[in-house]
Each structure stands twice: as C-alpha cells, then as structure tokens.
Design a protein. Structure first.
Length: 360
C-alpha cells in the first residue's frame, strides 16, 4: 500500500432521520443495522483498510463518542481519533484533518468519507477509490468529488453537473445544486449530465489547505494559528480552546462550490447514503407484499410497501397499512407515512421541545 495515502472518516453526526433507533448517545454510524456483527462505522473502516494503510485512517468525531469508537475499533491508535469539542459542520472538520495530516506527511493525498454509507458492490468501490487516488496523485491542485450515477429522481440528495471530460470518467464540474424539487430532479436525471453528490472527496493535503486559505479564510486562520501544535501533544488542547471560533459551514458551501480546480469522478458501486428509513427500505430484502421486516416478527394483513423495525422480542400485528415506517424501541414508537420522513427532524425537534433530551 502507498503510505502517502490517508483516509479521513467523519463519524460525528447524530443521524436524527433514523430516530428512534439513532439517538444522541448512540447515532446510526455505531449501530449494527444488518445483523452482521459490525456497525456501519466498522464496515466502513474494514472496506477502506484494504485500500489505505490502517494506521493512515483518521477518525473525526465528537468527543461524546470517543468511548464508543475505542470499544468498536480497539486497534485504532488514540492519536488517529480526533475529537471535535463542538459540532461545526464539515468544513472545520475537513480543515482540522488536513492540517493534522500535513504535520504527519506533507506529501499526503487524502480521501474524506462519511462513516455511514452502504456499498453493495465492494469490488467496484475499491477500484473507484484507487482510481480517484491515482487521479489526485497526478493532478495535485485538483479537488475531486465522487458523483453517483442516479437511479431515480431523488429529491433528498444534492446533484453535481459533469462538464468537460478530463480522462476516462473524470470530468470538470459545471455546477452544484442543492436538493431539487421532484420536477427539477427528473430533468437532471433525464439529461444524463447530473450525478448524486456522494459527500466523498479526494485531494492532496496541500491542495485542500490552499483552497481553505483562499475560500474559507476564517476556518484556515484558526488552523494556521495552531500550526506548530498540529501532530503534537498540544494539538487537542489547542482545538478544544479554539475550534468553536470556526463558522458552522459545510465543505461544499465553503470550498467546493467556489474553487476553480473542482472535478468529479462518475461512479456506480451500489451506493446508498443510508440517511433515512426509506433508504434502508430500498436496500433491504422484501416479502411478497414488498414489506421489509427488520429484525422483528410480524403478522401483516393487507399491508404493502412498509418497513417494520423493532428492537427486542415484541411481536407486531398490523392491518391496512401502505407505505408506512414503523420503528419501535423500548422507550419510543414511530409510525409515519414513508413520504413524511423528510419531516422527521421536525418531529424529533418537537419531541425535544416537549420532553427535553430524554428521547433525543
């Protein structure tokens, strides 16, 4: 393996769209959704360990989850787990990782990946990741993102418009578009030029640092001030004191939508961001009535296209339900139409307003 290649796995999110399974104290990336004995994070680390030296995998998370990560990944060295003292979205997260890695290896090329994605074609995924690393090795100023070939007019994803071909399935990026309405999503998919924004990125460590300094100077300033402490025992204390000075902004808004040398690699490796109950429904085995029974026993009459998920030994009996999400835990039960799931964050906020953090 190439020791100049690093991977940053972002694993600090709350995953509120998977409530009530995913909670503040145990977000979805730490949950074994498929009964394999591995959480989504563990699956991600195993996938990438075949491509990047395991000692070059950096885990970015909130300090709340340090103990969970150490329990699930006991072989990861403590200095490879970077603990954010506050949630500041992905731009500060990416910036800290870049300055940290630069202190370890100024020639590094870096992949940034979420911790909770599902990959159904692992061989195609590995081939795509290696090709992406090769591309940024040869294009040291490029900022590369992976664009997923869309299978439907999805309104829950951002889109990337591919422009001029650079080589093979690598293009310059024309435009980024945030989550479109259904009509526009249909136009995007029909055009053949638009791809889902996967949230996976590749770049040389110097390219992203230069881009941060140019397009997100308020983030870069915080990191530059702590530059001499990066990679030392003083690093975490500096971050604890200064990280909250960073604005709350995504890497897409801060850098990718502004930078000049932005490229996209168009890929198809059976990707799902597994961000919602509906996404889990889409990738799960279904019975003859297109119902998904996730870790539960159920007797369903005249029920179609539902997902039923239960923790524990409870038996579920339902009749006359179509396109519903039923998710049950010992202290909370969710029953909503699948087409309402984009509002789940609102519902969870209502729960928090009424009951405090008890069910968060």
């Amino acid at each position: 393996m190439d020791n100049n290649r690093f991977c940053v796995i972002m694993c600090g999110g709350v995953g509120s769209r998977f409530w009530p399974y995913s909670r503040e104290h145990m977000p979805k990336q730490f949950i074994d959704f498929f009964g394999t004995g591995q959480s989504l994070l563990q699956m991600t680390v195993e996938r990438l360990s075949a491509i990047v030296p395991r000692e070059n995998i950096i885990l970015m998370t909130n300090e709340l989850y340090a103990d969970i990560i150490r329990e699930q990944l006991p072989d990861i060295k403590p200095d490879r787990i970077l603990l954010e003292p506050a949630r500041r979205n992905t731009a500060p997260c990416v910036a800290w990782a870049a300055w940290h890695i630069a202190a370890l290896n100024s020639n590094a090329t870096v992949m940034v990946a979420p911790s909770d994605h599902l990959i159904l074609k692992p061989t195609a995924y590995a081939d795509a990741v290696r090709a992406a690393f090769d591309f940024v090795d040869g294009h040291r100023n490029a900022l590369l993102t992976l664009g997923i070939n869309p299978s439907r007019p999805e309104t829950g994803y951002g889109y990337i418009q591919a422009g001029e071909v650079i080589c093979d399935n690598f293009h310059r990026v024309k435009t980024f578009t945030e989550k479109p309405n259904e009509e526009l999503a249909r136009v995007f998919v029909g055009s053949g030029e638009f791809f889902w924004n996967s949230g996976m990125f590749f770049w040389s460590v110097q390219a992203i640092i230069d881009a941060m300094r140019e397009y997100a100077p308020d983030v870069a300033l915080v990191m530059d001030r702590g530059g001499e402490m990066m990679g030392t025992a003083a690093e975490q204390h500096y971050i604890d004191v200064n990280y909250e000075a960073c604005p709350n902004i995504s890497i897409d808004y801060a850098v990718m939508e502004k930078a000049r040398e932005v490229c996209v690699q168009t890929v198809d490796f059976g990707w799902s961001d597994l961000g919602t109950w509906g996404a889990l429904y889409d990738v799960s085995p279904k019975d003859r009535d297109a119902n998904v029974l996730h870790g539960t026993r159920a007797v369903l009459h005249d029920c179609h296209d539902n997902i039923v998920a239960v923790r524990g030994e409870k038996l579920i009996i339902a009749a006359g339900l179509h396109d519903y999400i039923i998710a049950d835990t010992p202290d909370a039960l969710l029953i909503i139409p699948k087409d309402e799931e984009q509002k789940l964050r609102i519902y969870v906020n209502d729960v928090r307003s009424k009951f405090g953090s008890r069910f968060s």
